[in-house]
Design a binder for this molecule. Sequence first.
Ligand code: FAD
Length: 392
Amino acid sequence: GKPRVVVVGGGAGGATAARYIAKDSKGAIDVTLIEPTRTYYTCFFSNLYLGGFKDMDDLGHTYGGLAANGVNVVHDWAVDVDRDARTVSLAGGGSVGYDKLILSPGIDFIDGAVPGWDLSTQNAMPHAYKAGSQTELLKAQLKAMPQGGVFGMVAPPNPYRCPPGPYERVSMVAHYLKANNPTAKILIADPKPKFSKQGLFEEGWQKHYGGMIERIGPDFGGDNVSVNAADMTLDIDGEVTEVAVCNVIPAMKAGRIADMAGVTDGNWAPVNAIDMSSKADPDVHVLGDASQQGDMPKSGFSANSQAKVCANAVRGALTGSRVFPAKFSNTCWSLIDTNDGIKVGATYEATDEKIAKIDGFVSQTGESAEVRQATYEESEGWYAGITADMFG
Ligand code: FAD
């Protein structure tokens, strides 16, 4: 029969890989995508929803376009991988066989990373780091904050999904509070000495939200944090603050199915840069946030870029089609305030060792309003482009 590819996870990496393999092989390869949710809500632009710049409906995407492109879409959880038998078992009971398996399950949280927080307290203290109901919950809590209340955030340690994400979120929360609750404060406990686009964010916070945002870095105990969800308190190095909202973003690791497939080092899945194949198994590929690939940040743009390299290599291996040299790119845009967009990006190549950065660019402090608006508009174009590239 035809060669079979199974893709686990229909997000930025998985949906792109499934679509490209099905489309470019023109029916020569059977492609099955396993994804439990019927509507994928993008984490990208979910901070803009918190800020009031997007509606939830703008973030939701369904899988009908992929099905129409020839992808067999199975709405179920993959619950195990047998790499000897080359099968993936599903929560619903069945199992599917593969010649090549592509895992792009995103992230899960490390148990016990923030004392006092676990999945049973995520309603009191949402992470909103997998988009959907958690994002809506955080927005509802933001809206319900009493005047002058404190919005707490526990930022994650490296490496994690979307390096500028927590700080774009702070900007968007501040944008909302400035208009609706101007005496409110934002308190960030951060275990990292520095963060992505820090100078640009701090300049913007000063300019737009002066006095509203306080960040406590590791020097002042920002790495010694616990929470109490029953009392709604945040304890930073022994200093206890009552918070109206607490956005806890714990330390992360690869989505659990990567671990069950036996392709992680305990946290992330090491891969070969040339085709995103697992260092543990040449017939298993790992894309996006779950992979440990080298220099690329964990972003939707990166996952989509890696997926195209992987799709090309998998198709070549299964049908003998031409394989092009692996090239990757990424840009992470962030919105600080209305029309005040910033970006950081780079291009990359595959070396024997890793995905290696070639060169990059970053917005500058003090840029004109015109440049910042153009940067924001570029991000709108990117969002339309990547979602079309993922879902058809
Ligand atoms: P995901 O897109 O998360 O997809 C994983 C999919 O796998 C999910 O749909 C999940 O349901 C499924 N899955 C998991 N386990 C299983 C299983 N066992 N069986 C079947 N399916 C499974 N990136 C950008 O490029 N630009 C941005 O502006 C940006 N902003 C962000 C803002 C925030 C607040 C956050 C949290 C992230 C942001 N990102 C951004 C990062 C981006 O969302 C991720 O890096 C990207 O989604 C990673 O793609 P992925 O394929 O690895 O995982």
